[in-house]
Write a protein that binds this ligand. Sequence first.
Ligand code: A3P
Length: 287
Amino acid sequence: NEKTSPEDMLFSYKGILYPTAFSSPETLEALKSLEIRSDDVILAGYPKTGTNWLEEMVRELESADAKYTEEEMKERINAEKELQMFPRLEFGDPGIYERMKKLPSRRIISTHLCPHLLPFSILQGKAKVLVLLRNPKDTAVSYYHFYNNMPVLPSFASWDEYFAAFMNGKLTWGSYFDQLVEWNQYIDHEKIMMISYEELKENPILGMKKIAAFFEFSLDEEDFHRIAKKTSFQAMKEKSKETHGKFGDILFRKGIVGSWRDLFSKAQNEEMDRKFEDSIGRTKLAA
Ligand code: A3P
């Protein structure tokens, strides 16, 4: 279980770090060739904002709208496996974008990349993008545990050391704040919608209704209730061995709002408040 050197675990592409185990500069370069379809369902957000949760919800919403049979559902999942697709757009070998052409519509594509690294047509409104946000403090704490528990990422000796890296964007996928500032430019884009972890947590049904309306999925009231149950933290955690293998316990940790209080010092709390205020404090997104 010994970790290799941090230099081998990470690579830098255009000034941002990524895990060597899942991606490469060649893959990120090849991504530019991805052909976006107008019915692609694109999910974007910084790591640890609740990506796996949102993805599961959206998969369920999409399949309820499409009314796939059980058999069709299996076929769709198998198609992804056969094409050796990974759960994030930026993962895999450079040939992945060519293979993705064979995937049946509607493709559900999830990514942690910041907007300027995504294929241009996504941001030109070819397909709809749902952006997931989470408050920076809980995101930081979640990412800390993830970093230290994932065998393919280097560990931090202490929370304080990690906190400095989070604040300086020296983590995989770069700076939380830079990403937020970048997404904020698209806040009024008609094909981009933002939703927060906190609002999904507070009222998952209302959150899912907003998502369904955005992607023009039509579902019954009953569907929303069924999916809310199926995608609750408890339900997803219980199934995590089956769905995410050995990473299950790492990915489904606490699933609550406010766990930052366990680790933040008073000074760190103030420092992050200041950084948030300075980066996006006076924008519509913060409101
Ligand atoms: P915590 O570490 O705070 O528990 P990502 O999927 O982007 O890696 O995000 C992981 C975070 O989402 C973890 O946060 C995880 O527990 C939380 N999460 C996963 N599934 C969830 C669910 N169904 N409901 C609420 N939170 C969930």
